[in-house]
Ligand binder design. Structure first.
Ligand code: FES
Length: 577
């Protein structure tokens, strides 16, 4: 780019001034020991850090930020790290999803209000990725995602165990007496034995993969383990590259195109990615004004073969995926079968296809050839019917084939407490042909749409050796979870969606192939029940949770807050003094 076409940097409105305000902006920064020439008009790069000891998956991010800074300095930029609220999936209550949109606001306003020309987003644990990208997208500045990377494989009693996925298994084994409590406790340290996020294809790994597929992360962003030195190299290179991106005015909206989202949807099908990707990608698309719907997910993902044999759908873990070749090898396979827009641009300035066209596959057990897939029809299936007129979804690769077409008697739980209170009651009238129905766990009802949709089966059914039943709710489920679990039913029960009207003993028909979810109750009876329905009292009197429930959109719209949808740009706000 020629000199006269250089973009005007936002940071010059702070550091380039010749008056008292310029003095203030520069002088206070100099208390950190920066020399005078850092204010010479070079790109100022924000490093948005979600480090927190309460977010164990991101607890190594201070080191990662230092690597990014090396690259920024080297390329002639001025790196400035800043914190935003962090969301640790394993700790925060009532659910991290409640705060995704709050963090996105934190990110958006932190970028816009500060002398930042481009930003490196340090993302890891589940919600930290969409939250940071949503915030940056609403500002439309140049941005690169650096994911923190997955933990090393869990190792327990001579076998590999996966984050989350094996927690559900151990928990069921404890419930049936197959393992002791001491063995259960022993597995804890064996599962989480290095820095990094969940190393199954849970939501964190899925979203890291989505970032690479969208073109927002450098090649191998998805799978490089957190503790592998190549993760540090990736962070270093991202630091270098973001400075160039600022000089090229390569804003996030130039990456997040419709083609990029279509690529990501197909990649999600190929890797057996989390159902949470649906809600997050729709929310991110909403921030950049790209139309993206549930039907896009169904249409584009429907015939994508799941070729990655990784938990929870398959056998292996993220470390194995990296050694097998990582996401570029998957993208290459998709590209060779016409399932990738080859001209989608990525942050390194090359196309997605250029980044992947020669990617090797070192292990065809892990990344299977296209003609030997793990699941023939992967992707996410979108279901509709009188039980979910605005859609519900299921992940076929993690479900039981025999249950994909099923008619079952409903056993209904009004909320998650009702479920816990009732599920193991010996008197509960239930068998394995029934459908478990959970209400009031959607965006508004929980609030925050918690990951409780993969309800554990009743102990008396587990003891029969049964491991899966049809489960239906307006909740989400962890990306590490599995089973014939219908999620995200829209509209949710708490706003009067049909799920609210289901009663014990009703029959529900699920037909994934036909994309149908039907409550076999007459319209007249449903109308009668509707007239008696009252919204649940959420007991909220104020604070962020009140703001959230008053403004949250339904899951099919990405569960963003209505007033946050869209891009508000990065114009420099008025002076502060
Ligand atoms: Fe953080 Fe799974 S708990 S990624």
């Amino acid at each position: 780019m020629s000199q006269d076409k250089k973009p005007v940097l936002r940071s010059t409105a702070w550091f380039g001034r010749q008056d008292k305000d310029g003095f203030i902006h520069r002088s206070w920064m100099r208390n950190q020991g920066f020399p005078e020439d850092v204010f010479d008009g070079r790109p100022v790069i924000g490093i948005c850090n979600t480090w927190s000891e309460l977010t164990p998956c991101n607890a190594h991010f201070r080191g990662l930020a230092e690597r990014v800074k090396r690259g920024v300095w080297e390329a002639g930029g001025f790196p400035l790290e800043f914190p935003v609220m962090s969301l640790g999936e394993s700790n925060i209550r009532p659910t991290a999803m409640l705060f995704r949109n709050l963090v996105s606001m934190d990110v958006e306003e932190s970028i816009r209000g500060n002398p930042i020309d481009g930003v490196v987003l340090l993302c890891g644990c589940d919600k930290t990725t969409p939250a940071l990208v949503m915030g940056a997208a609403s500002c439309d500045v140049p941005a690169i995602v650096v994911s923190g990377g997955p933990m090393l494989n869990g190792k327990y009693h001579g076998r590999d165990i996966g984050s989350g996925t094996d927690v559900w298994r151990f928990s069921e084994e404890l419930k049936t007496g197959a393992i002791t409590y001491s063995e259960f406790r022993d597995a804890e340290s064996c599962m989480s034995r290095s820095a990094g996020h969940c190393m199954t294809m849970g939501t964190a790994s899925t979203m890291a993969s989505m970032m690479e597929a969208l073109g927002l992360g450098l090649p191998q962003n998805a799978a490089t383990p957190a503790v592998d030195s190549r993760r540090s190299v990736l962070a270093h290179l991202a630091g270098r590259r973001i400075v160039e991106m600022v000089r090229e005015d390569m804003r996030i909206s130039k990456i997040l195109t419709r083609k990029a989202f279509e690529n990501a949807i197909r990649v999600n099908g190929a890797i057996g990615g989390s159902t949470n990707a649906v809600i997050h990608l729709i929310a991110i698309a909403g921030r950049v004004g790209v139309p993206l719907t549930l039907d896009d997910w169904d249409r584009l993902g429907r015939d994508v073969r799941t070729i990655l044999d990784i938990m929870p759908s398959g056998r292996f873990l993220m470390e194995d995926f990296f050694y097998a070749g990582g996401l570029p090898a998957v993208i290459r396979t998709l590209g060779e079968h016409g399932l990738i827009h080859r001209d989608a641009v990525t942050v390194n300035g090359r196309t997605l296809w250029d980044n992947s066209r020669e990617a090797p596959n070192w292990n065809e057990e892990v990344i299977r050839p296209h003609d030997r897939p793990l699941v023939e029809h992967g992707g996410i299936a979108i279901l509709r019917g009188n039980l979910a007129p605005d859609g519900a979804l299921i992940k076929p690769s993690a479900a039981t084939p025999a249950l994909m077409k099923h008619r079952g008697r409903a056993v209904v739980f009004e909320n998650i407490e009702h479920y816990h209170q009732r599920v193991d009651d010996p008197a509960l009238d239930i068998d394995e042909t029934c459908a478990l129905v959970l209400k009031n766990c959607g965006p508004r009802g929980y609030p925050g749409m918690a990951e409780v949709g993969n309800m554990a089966l009743p102990a008396k059914i587990l003891r029969k050796g049964v491991t899966d039943m049809v489960r239906i709710s307006d909740a989400r489920m962890s990306g590490t979870a599995f089973g014939t679990v219908v999620l995200h039913a829209c509209p949710e029960a708490a706003v009067g969606g049909p799920l609210a009207l289901v009663r014990d003993g009703d029959f529900i028909e699920l037909d994934v192939e036909a994309r149908r979810l039907h409550l076999a109750v007459s319209d007249e009876e449903l109308a009668r029940r509707r007239s008696a329905w009252r919204p649940p009292d959420l007991g909220l009197t104020g604070g962020y949770q009140k703001l959230y429930v008053d403004h949250v959109l339904q899951a099919d719209k990405g569960a963003d807050l209505d007033f946050l949808v869209g891009c508000r740009g990065n114009a420099v706000p008025r002076e502060s003094h």
